[in-house]
Design a protein around this ligand. Structure first.
Ligand code: PMP
Ligand code: GLU
Length: 387
């Protein structure tokens, strides 16, 4: 089959694929512990589910405006102001089918062949593919492990060319859990403003931030950078709503209007029912989030301590999100061989680091129960000892 040029290189998302494979193995009776999944294992809070049931009962089941209902946009604006010091009017917000969709739309709207987009490595798997699908080229800038996976602003500066259209930042980061402090964000903002480059700020893990670290939205730093920033967020991670598919982008009006136009010809509106659920998520009780965060901290601390006592592997303590990015270079295996053998020989699933731009690491998610974590780590330890 002759596919289009841009699609022929495209492979399924490895993060989704590994979770699917672990689920399939479990279904066929194999006892697999999954550290692959990038989704909270908690149930969606009841108040949110009830809002969706109410929406169905009331018949809120028809098309809505393509870029989302006004009330949800208002709630997003309130949230952005309260939590992030970002001031946006409702028409500067577009609601999409997940943050992934919001990001996809942004690159389609901003980029074309000949453009470059700076992506900080290790990066979330979909950034490079989304950028390529827009016709632009990713330009990878490495955030070194020795610096806690926090990028040096000089490295960004060095990689800016006449073709640079945008830079993606993701703090807290998937897969490293690195958090960008104010000083670094100010430096990145200065670079972006002086070179007139857009900043796509993926803040999906904003609320999953630990040890008193503060999340700062780059768009809130000053007026100039706010005009160049597209802030992306959603309800998937914060409210355990991965399947509901609601995300959003806030940014300059002309760009947001085009996102809405693109959506009106592609997906139309995100599910009307999910929009009502997201409204309750943003405006209702935030209690479930606090409990979830507490549990994530306990799991993280347990995992980091144990992994660092294992043979030939090590990992830093992430400051945010729910992933450990473990250095496996001491094993002498590349990340695909390590993950494949760990799954086949020890029945533990993780994601090879090569999917995030580093073949010397694997990603383990702690979005699974403490019981699973204990069993899974026992298996990893025994497997490493035998190897
Ligand atoms: N950004 C990052 C960094 C992610 O890890 C994810 C995970 N799914 C997303 C965006 C997209 O989230 P969603 O589409 O579920 O809102
Ligand atoms: N973002 C999550 C992850 O990195 C979920 C899977 C995906 O959307 O790629 O595992």
């Amino acid at each position: 089959m002759k596919f289009s040029k841009k699609i022929s290189q495209l492979k399924p998302s490895p993060t989704l694929a590994i979770s699917a494979k672990a689920k399939e193995m479990r279904k066929s009776g194999l006892d697999v512990i999954g550290f692959g999944a990038g989704e909270p294992d908690f149930d969606t809070p009841l108040n949110i589910k009830e809002a969706a049931i109410e929406a169905i009962k009331k018949g809120f089941t028809k098309y809505t405006p393509a870029s989302g209902i006004g009330e949800l946009k208002n709630a997003v604006c309130e949230k952005l102001k309260k939590d992030n010091s970002l001031v946006h009017a409702p028409d500067e917000v577009a609601i999409s089918c997940g943050a992934k969709h919001a990001l996809f739309n942004i690159f389609q709207v901003l980029c074309q062949k000949g453009d470059e987009v700076i992506i900080i490595s290790p990066y979330w798997v979909s950034y490079t593919e989304m950028v390529r699908l827009s016709g632009a080229e990713p330009r990878i800038v490495e955030a070194k492990e020795a610096r806690g996976f926090v990028v040096a602003s000089e490295e960004i500066k060095k990689n800016i060319t006449k073709r640079t259209k945008a830079i993606i930042i993701n703090s807290p980061s998937n897969p490293t859990g690195a958090v960008f402090g104010k000083e670094l964000l100010e430096k990145i903002a200065r670079i972006a403003v002086s070179k007139k480059i857009f900043v796509v700020s993926d803040e999906i893990y904003e609320k999953l931030i630990y040890d008193g670290e503060e999340h700062i939205s780059i768009g809130s730093l000053n007026k100039e950078i706010s005009k160049l920033t597209l802030t992306v967020n959603g309800v998937s991670k914060t409210y355990s709503m991965t399947g509901w598919r609601i995300g959003y982008v806030a940014g300059p009006l002309d760009i947001i209007k085009k996102v809405g136009a693109l959506q009106s010809h592609s997906t139309s509106n995100p599910s009307s029912i999910s929009q009502m659920a997201a409204l309750e998520a943003l405006r209702g009780s935030q209690e479930a989030l606090f409990k979830m965060k507490e549990e994530f901290v306990a799991r993280r601390d347990y995992m980091v301590k144990r992994i660092n006592s294992f043979k030939n592997v090590s990992c830093a303590k992430p400051k945010g999100a729910f992933y450990l990015f473990c250095n496996i270079s001491g094993t002498g295996l590349n990340s695909v061989t390590f993950s494949t053998r760990l799954l086949e020989e020890a029945r533990v699933a993780c994601v090879p680091g090569i999917a995030f731009g580093s073949d010397r690491h694997v990603r383990l998610s702690f979005a699974t129960s403490m019981e699973n974590i204990k069993t899974g780590l026992d298996r990893v330890e025994a497997w490493l000892e035998k190897k």
